[in-house]
Design a protein around this ligand. Sequence first.
Ligand SMILES: Cc1cc2nc3c(=O)[nH]c(=O)nc-3n(C[C@H](O)[C@H](O)[C@H](O)COP(=O)(O)O)c2cc1C
Length: 376
Amino acid sequence: MGQHLKPMSTTTHHDQPASLPTRLFNLADHEARARDRLDASAWAYYSGGAADEITLRANRAAWDALALRPRVLRPLAGLSLASQLLGQALPCPLLVAPMAHQRLAHPDGELATAVAAAAVGAGLVLSQQSSHPLEAVAAHCLADPERGPFWFQLHALGERGWLRELIARAEAAGVEALVLTVDAPLNGVRDRERRAGFALPAGLATPHLPPASASSLDGLLAQAPSWDDVAWLQANSRLPLLLKGVTHPLDAAQACALGVAGLIVSNHGGRVLDTMPASATLLPEVAAVVAGRCALLVDGGIRRGTDVLKALALGADAVLIGRPVLHGLASAGAAGVAHVLRLLQDELAAAMALCGLRNLSEIDPSCLQSPRDIRT
Ligand SMILES: Cc1cc2nc3c(=O)[nH]c(=O)nc-3n(C[C@H](O)[C@H](O)[C@H](O)COP(=O)(O)O)c2cc1C
């Protein structure tokens, strides 16, 4: 199962190991290079959103619409991106979002992503739809002393005995938290994907999916995770449990009442329910309900260090990076992923310094222009 690249005539030396070209200055440059290298159907799968892609576009527009308010003349020496998350050291507030089938972007898939994330001190959330076994992925990141957290994402819970074994495997492999994705009981209506004729290639491994997955609508709905499953997972694993895709304040309140370890505010990168609000719009409401009772993360459309700073100013402890990681992977394998994450770290450090911030703990809503300051 190889990389889903364009035919030889239209791409650069895809038999050779991908190396990092020098003229990649930001995440958009990696995106353009990935688009050149991937075939049209894999590109549609990676970059597309649901239906009219209103949420997909809104995610980007909402970060852009927030304005930063710098403070000046403050001490900056010793600027640090480090903090703590779930009682563990967090070298920087970036984690790789769980993303399925990374072998489509590069033959090393999740293994390359894991090596790269660990090397630059970013966390990794491994998708249940990983194309490599979680033990192999763990072996590629856990030994690195600089690494960030290593979490495993679930959504297809299957039958309890099978799920118990999967959780035991994750615990034995060194996974540090479980993430239950709650916003995607079924796939979004993905017009772009269907138009491009995207289909998963035969032979693409998915070693962590339950043996018999439903395909009919009724079957999928019957298997959709529930609040009972949340309680079951808390009772049947010693790992902290986070919920990904909680966006309604009432759901956030219910999750906090159950004592979850964290919430990830996400609209799945605009891939599931189109016309949901942008994640930057959803975050403050959830942050107000959570009020520090559990960890809070956000993803969707984060493409610049300034976006990360804005997310933290709105109450997030850390952010997840989705598609840009796949772009780096398609663009130049592990080196591409590491470069994407480094670019974001460097941009975040620059943005913090220019805002007069030396530590993540100094980031608060006063870094942002509030709506009442905006004069039209
Ligand atoms: C190709 C692709 C596959 C994804 N697969 C999963 C998955 O397996 N599980 C999951 O919880 N989210 C999945 N997501 C959603 C991401 O975890 C994340 O929420 C989203 O990509 C963040 O938005 P961004 O891509 O704009 O950064 C996927 C996203 C993409 C682009």
